[in-house]
Design a protein around this ligand. Sequence first.
Ligand SMILES: [Zn+2]
Length: 159
Amino acid sequence: MNKNAKRPETEEGAVLFNVDPIIVKHHYEIDYLHSYAQDSPFFAGLAKGVLLGSRCTGCGYVYATPRGHCMECGTWTDWHPLPLAGRVHTYTTCHFGGEAFLKETPFTLILVEFDGVDTLFLSRLVGAEPEEVEIGMPVRARFRRNCTFKPTDVYFVPA
Ligand SMILES: [Zn+2]
């Protein structure tokens, strides 16, 4: 080991945000691998234009989202296809969002209610101006043509 080795200097320097304490900016980028595990069929369904909820094998409670077991009675659930049409239960207009969505602001998030389903489904509403959105408005699911295996592979449009 050469104790006199010197690291090459760059011309970039550091972006200083604060002096006391010193806060500097560094770029950080990683590839992140994670498993959807038992939720995998939900994401595979999005790639096939299918919304899969969960139905309790004990009490029959139907969840609009993947659930391994029932929150009402604790029994295991089975996959349960959801209707692709529903209604706006409630909504919010987002004027700020995560980095991936910043350029799309303002956008509308909705909680969708389906006939025969006991919980709500959070999604984006596309194709309606924020002032056009109403509680009870009929909506229909659409799926991204090029799936990314993310929750945003499904969104809703006015029916
Ligand atoms: Zn149950």
